[in-house]
Structures are given as C-alpha cells and as structure tokens.
Design a protein around this ligand. Structure first.
Ligand code: PLP
Length: 384
C-alpha cells in the first residue's frame, strides 16, 4: 500500500487478457509489446514483468534509454529465477539521433530501427567499436512522413549492407498514418509500398526470414488479414480503443488496465454563493457540500477538463467544479454523505472511462494515460 492519496491501480490480468485478444486477431504473427513512455503511463516496472510472465517475448520502445530500462527489468526477472530470462527476449527501439554513439545498445543486443543512411553509418561504427553484431530493422517511410527511408535511401542503405560486416538485418518496419480510419484508402497504399520494400530487401540481401511489421493497434483490430508477419501492439494492449467512438465495434472485448483512484481529503458544507477554486469560475446556487479530491494537473490530470469532468464517489458521479488545480480539485457532492477518506474513482473501473476524460480535455485516450505524472504511484490491482 502507499500513503499517496492518488494512485494508478493497474490490472495486470486485463493486460494479459488484451494481449491474448490481440494475439488471436493477429493469429500466428509475432507480437511486439510497445512499452514506450513508461508503458503508456501504466508503469514499465509492473507492465513488463506481467507481460513477460504471460509469455510475451518481444518488447518495443521509442528511445534507447527506455529500451535499456526494459532490458534491465527483464534481466532482473531472470536473476530472480523467473523462467522468463533476458536471453529469451528482444527489445527494440527506433528513435535516436542518427549521429549518436550507439555502442551501448549494440553492446547490449538492443535491436535498432534504421530510418536513415546516417543512422546505419553510426551502427556500423558501433559494431566496429564493440565487436558485436548489430541487429537492425530497416524502417521505411510508406507515407507517414516521419523517420524512415524513402526508396532512394532504401537503395543506398541496401548497397551499404550487401558488402557490410557486423550488421544483421532482422526486420523491415513501417508505420501507418491513418489506421484508426479503417476505410481510408491510404492504408492500402501504405501496405502496397511496405510489401514492395520487403520484397526489395529480401531480393537484394537474399534473406528469407525477416520480421515484417507495420501493424499497430488499430491495424491489428480492423484489418483482415493483418499485414506483415509481426505486429506492434500499443494502446489496445492497455485496453483502450485506438478508434473514434463510432468504430467501437472493432475494440470489443478490450479491458482498460488502469484505474486512477484518489481519496477525499476534506468534505465540507458550503452555503449558496460559495465559489470554487482559482478564479471562482463556479459558484453554488444553493447550499451544498464540497469534496476536496487529491489530484490535479501536476499529476497529469488535464486542466482543460475543468467544468466538464466528473468523478465517482461511492459509485455515484459528481461534477468536478471550478478549475482543476495543480494538486487538487473540487467535486460538488450536493447532499451526499461523503466523508474524508472516501475513495474517488477519477477514471477506470467504477468511474468515468478514459475516453470521457479524453473528450472533456479535447484529446485522445493515449494522451490521458500517458501524461499521468511521476508523482502518482503505480500499484498492481490485487485479486481476491
Ligand atoms: C507507438 C507506436 C506503436 C504503437 O501504436 P498503438 O497505436 O498504440 O498500437 C507502434 N509502432 C510505432 C513505430 C510506434 O511509435
């Protein structure tokens, strides 16, 4: 238990359930669990061991320090006799400056996405310095316009690779721009370009056995067949839908893994005309009761949701009134019997959905969970 008034309770069973659901959709394909940004705010220290114990072997992050941290967590599991040792796992990442010193990830066997000829140059250098074989995934830009090789760069990189030593091409990857819009024709365009790039790589390097991955959560859930022979699962693994609410049918069966639980830190009767929080942007019209709830934008709870959000106390929804402050917010609980110490569900099981918070804040569910701050302890849901 923790003495922090606000905690994110993570249901690792829900995570495992979601992974199984995604594995069924992507039948026979290798699943790479995306755990960047502290596992989308859920906490890598909880999420990575839970996934490893459930048989997940491939992990992906954005940055190198994130990949190193995930590898350390996996190594800790094998040190403690868990039967899911580091050696059975791969960790990959794809976001770094192309001129960076890549000795550490290469030394550690972290797989690197290569999105430019300059990045490949740095990888050759790191392989030379460390004496290790660098494991890479060629990252092709099929239309997103972010990091990734265009067709000229792909040719260039392949030429370098045909004569190279110390680098092993493990896979080809790309990323969708509009996979959350299942009817968007651009998805087909990207799949065609991806397949072409894969064919070119295989033919030029004479490799058969490549990891081919372009599918993210929305692609896994909506595309039939799911393209590639591997998938990168992010938000859906945490039980959140990558789609706008109209397309919810694709996301049926996902179980949100995070419940953000707070506590009432003060409860007091207030008269009519009582203002609430900075700027007094809310005033009671009749006598009422205010419950002070721990949690604010310093914890990542979006201030933009002020005057729209509600929270659940004793299973009932109460409006958040006045501006959400850095550390706390006020719920107007009317004449309800609310006392200090009562639990408050800000989002998750028994409270508003993360999607509702996203709507109140004018953003997407990814943003709501990922922005959850370092002050909030992540604790594992206990099952009885
Ligand atoms: C974040 C990310 C993913 C996961 O996307 P979801 O929509 O959360 O499944 C996959 N691939 C790359 C390259 C990413 O950056």
């Amino acid at each position: 238990m923790t003495s922090a008034p606000l905690t994110a309770v993570i249901d690792t069973r829900a995570l495992v359930h979601n992974v199984q659901l995604l594995q069924e959709r992507a039948a026979g394909k290798q699943l790479v669990a995306i755990v960047k940004a502290d596992a989308y705010g859920h906490g890598v220290n909880l999420v990575v061991p839970a996934l490893a114990r459930a048989g997940v072997t491939h992990f992906g992050t954005a940055t190198i320090p994130e990949a190193v941290a995930v590898q350390d967590i996996l190594a800790g599991l094998s040190d403690h006799g868990d039967d899911c040792g580091e050696s059975d796992h791969t960790v990959m990442c794809w976001l770094y400056e192309p001129n960076a010193d890549l000795s550490e990830p290469v030394e550690r066997g972290i797989e690197l996405g290569v999105g430019s000829p300059a990045a490949l140059e740095s990888i050759f250098n790191a392989a030379h310095t460390t004496g290790k074989t660098a494991r890479i995934h060629l990252k092709v830009d099929t239309g997103l316009g972010r990091n990734g090789l265009n067709s000229t760069q792909l040719q260039q990189v392949l030429e370098q690779l045909t004569t190279a030593h110390g680098v092993q091409v493990c896979g080809v990857m790309s990323h969708f721009a509009c996979a959350d819009e299942p009817d968007n024709d651009f998805n087909t365009t990207q799949i065609e370009r991806f397949n072409q790039a894969v064919d070119t790589v295989k033919a030029t390097l004479q490799i058969d056995n490549l990891m081919e991955h372009i599918a993210n959560s929305p692609a896994i859930l909506s595309m039939d067949p799911v393209p590639g022979n591997a998938v990168r699962a992010g938000v859906a693994m945490y039980g959140l839908s990558p789609f706008a609410p109209v397309d919810h049918a694709y996301s049926e069966g996902l179980q949100p893994a995070m419940t953000l639980v707070s506590h009432v830190c003060a409860a007091k009767d207030v008269p009519a005309g009582q203002g609430a929080s900075y700027g007094l942007r809310y005033t009671t019209s009749a006598s009422s009761k205010f419950a002070l709830v721990a949690g604010g934008y310093g914890d990542g709870i979006p201030r933009q949701a002020s005057h729209k959000a509600h929270v659940a106390i004793q299973g009932k929804a109460f409006p958040v009134v006045g501006s959400i402050a850095m550390d706390q917010m006020i719920a107007d609980v009317g004449d309800a019997q609310v006392s200090p110490g009562d639990p408050v569900v800000i989002w998750g099981n028994g409270g508003p959905h993360v999607d509702e918070w996203a709507q109140w804040a004018g953003t997407i569910n990814y943003d709501i969970v990922t922005r959850l701050g370092a002050r909030v302890p992540r604790v594992e849901q206990e099952h009885t």
